[in-house]
Design a protein around this ligand. Structure first.
Ligand code: AMP
Length: 124
């Protein structure tokens, strides 16, 4: 089994969680923080991150206690509800690792909504 890369405490989402840089907060719970993506790819583009230090979804599912896993899932649901996009529809995705071109090495769910979102993927 390939080992997950070590968590980099200097990544931008870790800095947001420590309050070192600002974010446009949407929702905060015991286990998660949701905030607007700084470079939105849709009219609604919000990121939901766990407060714990996890590189990506693989790392999170391997190491996070049940309370944190449930807490993150609940925060995603609460964010969707708060954004009011359940009826019109939305897309959730998490880029994990090099082939997905994950830029920030702290697990994050993207929530995209607010228009017809087009194809699920692009190559390259
Ligand atoms: P990914 O490629 O899945 O790692 O996505 C990283 C996302 O983080 C991109 O959509 C960026 O626009 C977003 N991002 C980077 N820095 C910030 C920041 N300071 N505040 C909010 N979103 C950010």
């Amino acid at each position: 089994m390939t080992e997950a890369p070590a968590y980099d405490e200097s990544n931008v989402f870790a800095r947001i969680l420590r309050g070192e840089i600002p974010c446009e907060k949407v929702l905060e719970t015991e286990h998660a923080l949701a905030f607007a993506d700084v470079n939105p790819q849709a009219p609604v583009h919000v990121l939901v991150i766990p407060k714990g230090a996890y590189v990506d979804l693989t790392d999170f599912l391997a190491r996070a206690p049940a309370a944190e896993r449930i807490g993150l899932a609940d925060a995603v649901a609460a964010t969707v509800a708060k954004l009011g996009v359940a009826a019109s529809g939305y897309r959730i995705l998490a880029n994990c690792g090099p082939d997905a071109q994950q830029e920030v090495p702290h697990l994050h769910w993207h929530i995209l909504a607010g228009e017809r979102l087009g194809p699920i993927r692009a190559r390259g």
